[in-house]
Design a protein around this ligand. Structure first.
Ligand code: SF4
Length: 360
């Protein structure tokens, strides 16, 4: 008989079809009424806490956090709605880095519960449930294999050589996986599924009702980004950004794209508007009002905070110059800056989940 999922399971694995159906049929559909209720206020608070944990707790600390919160699912349905509400708030924040951190948190949370031995069920029942969840994810783990396309999709975000297809045992279109690798593969598969589903579209008037939580989380995220990046250190600038700064210093006017890339980069690593304007003071056509307007616009005064372009976009625009060996291992100038921090005294290597913002 196929395994059935109770409400606690749905709270633990909210990506399941049964959980999605439960959310779709819930009060979350009449959002404005729901948000004004006592239950709504409680769910918003919990959803904001969930997002805060997603933003601030590093991946290596999450299992402890899940273990502590394991006993604290007093109301499974409310926990499920909290998941739905966290997605609604993330949709309103509309920041790629926040969304990626939430996806990562949810994938780790569900895979933790799937592999946890803290369940009240028997080992057989646990294994049966794990197989049923995995089957919904398109994985048939009891056979110890995964199809090549599913495998390639799952390991796309894993950098260690052991996950590369050329290093795997492959027979008849199936990749052999070992028992010790299952948690990682489940996590990555859940990540793929949640990401593919996207976030709900939320009307602006509903986002306005959530603005206290949104503003609090935006500030927490901004502070966390700066903490992750550490103190500003020019010796970590990638070659392309060094070239742009040097060009300004030598009196060369930058192209529009060059100005955009440099400003977005400097803003993201934590330079203040005044500090960025000072960099442009060296430009021959320096106009303080125009520069201030542009810097504030790119830094988010218009409501959209721009992130630095990817290396591919830099290359297309002729701004990728003087690449060095580190450039081969990163996807954006910001990724370069983050990575270089790991080799600096006092620097902390970037977490595997730290998203690399890029925009075209
Ligand atoms: S590869 Fe990326 S980081 Fe390196 S110089 Fe080119 S754009 Fe900059």
């Amino acid at each position: 008989m196929p395994a059935t999922f109770d409400e606690k399971d749905l709270a633990r694995y909210p990506f399941l079809q049964e959980a999605q159906a439960k959310i779709a049929g819930s009060q979350l559909n009449q959002l404005e009424t729901f948000l004004a209720s006592d239950v709504g206020a409680r769910i918003i608070r919990r959803a904001a806490d969930r997002l805060e944990a997603a933003i601030t707790i590093p991946p290596q600390g999450l299992n402890d956090h899940f273990r502590q919160s394991h006993a604290r699912i007093p109301n499974a349905l409310e926990s499920l709605y909290t998941y739905g509400m966290a997605r609604i708030i993330a949709s309103c924040i509309n920041d790629r880095s926040v969304i990626e951190r939430l996806i990562s948190y949810e994938a780790r949370r569900s895979s933790f519960f799937l592999m946890s031995d803290e369940s009240e069920e028997t080992a057989d029942a646990e294994a049966e449930k794990r197989d049923a969840v995995a089957a919904q994810l398109g994985l048939h783990l009891h056979e110890g294999t995964v199809t090549v396309p599913a495998y390639v999709e799952m390991v796309a975000g894993l950098r260690e050589p052991l996950w590369r297809l050329v290093n795997r045992e492959v027979h008849d279109g199936l990749v052999r996986v070992h028992a010790t690798e299952i948690e990682v593969l489940l996590r990555e598969r859940i990540r793929v599924v949640i990401r593919a589903r996207g976030l709900p579209r939320v009307p602006p008037e509903v986002c306005a009702l959530l603005s206290p939580a949104i503003e609090r989380l935006t500030a927490i995220h901004q502070a966390q980004m700066l903490r992750d990046l550490g103190p500003i250190d020019e010796s970590r600038y990638p070659p392309c950004m060094n070239a742009l700064v040097m060009a300004l210093a030598s009196g060369t006017n930058l192209t529009h794209m060059g100005r955009f890339a440099l400003t977005a980069f400097l803003h993201t690593i934590g330079l203040s508007t005044t500090q960025i304007v000072e960099v442009y003071q060296r430009s021959p056509d320096f106009d303080i009002e125009k520069t201030l307007y542009q810097v504030e616009h790119i830094s988010g005064r218009s409501g959209t905070e721009y992130t630095p372009p990817s290396c591919a976009t830099m290359l297309t625009n002729g701004l990728c110059v003087a690449q060095d060996s580190l450039c081969e291992r990163i996807g954006s100038p910001l990724g370069y800056y983050r990575k270089k921090k790991g080799s600096h005294p006092g620097g902390r290597p970037p977490s595997e989940d730290a998203p690399t913002p890029s925009s075209g």
